[in-house]
Design a binder for this molecule. Structure first.
Ligand SMILES: [Zn+2]
Length: 442
């Protein structure tokens, strides 16, 4: 009889009553375990099998908890947490041009971006979001905050054709973008640079094209807001004679390294076009609802095979960065609107907030699910709560019942960053004090 194989040494084995890896089959593992080696997932499976095959390192038994991959927020503006709650209940164009842009002109400096991003990362990590996609100004500072706080992000330097906080002369936008790429912190692969054209109505064709060319040259993600309001669709059609997605395609912008936020007003032909180009959409359901921008055709996008991620957008239009709440709203809104309760099922919405968002950001091979070889970004959800008892289906709970405050522990790259629902990487009260000191005074 052959000798039983010696256990493989790993750094960490975590067992839990439930493991939901968010793999393509949306597996649910009762009495499951995850083994971690060198910051990556070594194996996922039943606890007894994993404990037989792997040994050494730290061993954590979570008991009545659920282990899942870190959620992925594929569209936000982290610094805007400093503007949470100003300009509520206004139409989008007035909110943006009368409230937000003037506030940003006064507030947004490198220091505000660093501390505003720290504040947002504190909210996201303790709420189970380990990776996010950002678009703002002074994004070198945002990168520094993400490195210090222990999260993971793709950080897009914002570009518009009119003066912005770190680009007073739009004619020098290219110089600024190149300086950003040159200054981007190296040596930490949890942060990646990106360029973020605000929208087709704030960036000329020429700007869109040089930015996309620069992204291709550097192999980085190009981000843009697309078809958030019906007005911008009408304006683009009047100006360029075609709908926004076809306009971007004519400029050569659409490919798998372009990520469009919103897509509320995309028609069927545009959805087919984006699916064919492998260009993803981030659905920001709460922001879109709050600004009454319209109903994003998510069921038609999913049916067309489009990659759909979930995002919170900035806290100034949400007003939080809670992806559990976002999943709940997305699953329910599309049922209410379609009159069909089978629309936007929990499995599809959970997939959008994990693997979908990761793929949308160009990180599909790295994060978004617990599968061997991927980064060990793990989130533990405490199930020992009245609103989570009893449990029939862990996926149902994750979408419809779990709250961000149920997150108990979080690891990024196999390193623990949240324990007992508290952040280990930052002094959160100090962070809030700094944020209060930066509050906007109109
Ligand atoms: Zn946005």
């Amino acid at each position: 009889m052959p000798e039983p194989a010696a256990p493989v040494p790993v750094d960490l084995v975590v067992t839990a009553d439930w493991v939901v890896p968010c793999d393509p089959a949306m597996t649910r593992i009762q009495d499951g375990a995850v083994a971690v080696k060198d910051g990556r997932i070594a194996a996922v499976g039943g606890a007894s099998e994993i404990l037989d095959r792997f040994a050494g390192g730290e061993r954590i038994d979570l008991g009545n908890q659920l282990l899942m991959p870190g959620l992925v927020n594929s569209h936000t503006h982290a610094t805007m947490s400093l503007l949470r709650g100003i300009g509520d209940d206004l139409p989008l164009q007035r909110w943006l041009f009368d409230v937000i842009f003037p506030a940003e002109a006064a507030l947004v400096k490198p220091d505000a971006v660093y501390h505003g991003t720290l504040l947002s990362v504190a909210e996201m990590l303790t709420g189970g979001t380990t990776t996010f996609c950002d678009g703002y100004f002074f994004e070198e500072e945002a990168a520094r905050a993400v490195v210090d706080a222990g999260a993971r992000a793709v950080l897009g330097q914002g570009i518009l054709d009119f003066p912005s906080p770190d680009q007073p002369e739009p004619a020098k936008a290219r110089e600024r973008a190149e300086a950003f790429l040159a200054a981007f912190p190296r040596g930490c692969d949890r942060v990646r640079p990106s360029l973020f054209c605000h929208a087709p109505y704030t960036c000329s064709a020429e700007t869109l094209q040089w930015v996309k060319d620069l992204c291709r040259e550097h192999g980085i993600l190009f981000q843009i807001h697309l078809s958030e309001t019906s007005k911008e669709v009408e304006d683009i059609q009047a100006q360029h004679g075609e709908r926004p997605a076809f306009y971007l395609d004519r400029l050569g912008i659409l490919d798998s390294m372009t990520l469009c936020a919103h897509g509320v007003w995309l028609d069927d032909a545009e959805i087919e076009l984006l699916a064919g180009r492998d260009t993803a959409i981030t659905h920001c359901v709460e922001s879109t609802m709050k600004l009454a921008a319209g109903i994003t055709p998510v069921p038609r996008m999913l049916a067309a095979g489009l990659t759909v991620g979930l995002g919170t957008d900035g806290a100034a239009s949400n007003n939080d960065l809670d992806l559990f709440a976002e999943m709940d709203k997305a699953a329910k809104l599309h049922k209410a609107v379609s009159g069909d309760p089978t629309t936007a099922p929990a499995e599809k919405i959970l997939a959008a907030a994990t693997a979908g968002s990761a793929r949308a950001m160009g990180l599909g091979a790295e994060v978004g699910s617990l599968e061997p070889g991927k980064r060990a970004d793990l989130v533990a959800v405490d199930l020992d709560r009245p609103h989570l008892t009893p449990l029939y289906d862990p996926v149902s709970h994750l979408v419809y019942a779990v709250r961000a405050s149920d997150v108990s522990r979080v690891w990024v790259d196999g390193k623990e960053v949240v324990r007992d629902s508290s952040l280990l990487t930052l002094e959160v009260h100090e962070c809030m004090k700094r944020a209060n000191g930066l509050r906007h005074t109109p």
